[in-house]
Design a protein around this ligand. Structure first.
Ligand code: PMP
Length: 353
């Protein structure tokens, strides 16, 4: 830290993204990326947009918002686009949390939430998940702050039901509930339709997972037009050109190719079920995933050893060393061939244990 760094952030611990190694060709199952390439339409439109990079991108993200609104049955003024859904989440922390309105979220969830709270200098309260990593909805009734719930949750891979979520929203009439649906396309439902019924709901979404566009950095939020306007106040006060023109074009291209997205989602889900069932035969335990990853442990090997040995074998997975989840690893679902390799190595590492 330099001597000039503001003392406000002297204890800020930044979010640590998963490794993006350049030195070796790993099977990369550590950052929940999609193993399939982005839509050819997305790539073609991004390339075309690159011809006009001398111009600023559209600060209204009008075309993309229009297409998203059409797809999700909302109106364009109920949609905001961002540089990844991380940015939308950060807008929500800035716009809807303060010293009297803490952020409230689970103890085991997306590791960025406490960082967003710190950088926005707002207090936060963490509510422990149950021992089996399920979330008890009533723990969030009358939360007294802005609630952030990743559904399905990361890294646990578990989903609440739509009724559970609706109960949490109903029981927080004076506060906002943010449902982070980064992985919802691999699950069974979306809360987006609930925004018509509840003015205290924000749903965040990403193109990083189901639409294979993690590198493009594109996310969006859906909520009442009043909440979207508040987040736009924050957006226009930080970076009105937050989504670059190649990414905006790529996003529109991906939305014109929804069948491709759906096919890839189905492939990932099928591979997930295959992988889970093979791993259970080897003695691994894991919750029933509704995402594009598995959260697993094996009683014969520690979480960190499994991670290290996988890495020695050319496979990168994600290990979180903290407390209750230190025995676990999070493993992204890759292609069938990648997962067959993962299963084979996992079998060798746990043989006889
Ligand atoms: N929410 C959750 C739960 C995530 O795991 C991620 C991916 N790291 C994000 C949000 C952010 O994704 P992105 O910024 O790529 O849209």
């Amino acid at each position: 830290m330099s001597r000039f760094f503001t003392s406000r952030f002297s204890s800020l611990e930044p979010y640590v993204p998963g490794e993006q190694p350049k030195n070796r060709d790993y099977i990369k199952l550590n950052t929940n990326e999609n193993p399939y390439p982005p839509s050819a339409k997305a790539v073609a439109l991004a390339r075309e947009a690159a011809q006009s990079l001398e111009l600023y991108s559209d600060p209204d993200c009008a075309l993309l918002r229009e297409k998203l609104a059409e797809l999700y049955g909302v109106s364009p003024d109920e949609v905001i686009a961002g540089n990844g859904s991380d940015e939308i989440l950060n807008f929500a922390f800035t716009a809807f949390c303060d010293e009297n309105t803490p952020a409230v979220f689970a103890d085991i969830t997306y590791g960025f939430y406490p960082v967003f709270a710190e950088i926005n200098r707002v207090p936060y309260r963490q509510i422990p998940l149950k021992d089996d990593f399920t979330l008890n909805p009533s723990d969030y009734y009358g939360a007294g702050g802005t609630v952030f719930i990743a559904n399905p949750n990361a890294p646990t891979s578990l989903s609440l039901t739509m009724a559970d979520i609706e109960n949490i929203i109903k029981n927080n009439p004076g506060n906002i509930v943010v449902i982070d649906e980064a992985y919802a396309d691999f699950g069974e439902f979306s809360c987006i339709p609930l925004i018509k019924k509840y003015d205290n709901l924000i749903v965040t979404r990403t193109f990083s997972k189901s639409r294979s566009m993690a590198g493009a950095r594109l996310g969006f939020g859906i909520a009442s037009k009043e909440l979207i306007a508040d987040m736009n106040t924050v957006r226009f006060s930080t970076n009105p050109y937050n989504v670059n023109s190649m990414t905006l074009a790529a996003g529109a291209g991906a939305l014109a190719d929804e069948e491709y997205t759906r096919e890839n989602i189905e492939k990932v889900k099928e591979t997930r079920e295959f992988t889970a069932s093979e791993l259970r035969k080897l003695g691994f335990e894991m919750p029933d995933s509704k995402t594009n990853f598995l959260f697993l442990r094996h009683s014969g090997i520690s979480g960190v050893d499994f991670y290290k040995k996988m890495k020695e074998n050319g496979i990168l997975i994600r290990h979180f060393s903290s407390g209750r989840i230190a025995d676990y690893n999070r493993v992204t679902i890759g292609t069938r061939a990648q997962m067959e390799e993962f299963i084979a190595v996992a079998g060798r590492l746990t043989e006889g244990l």
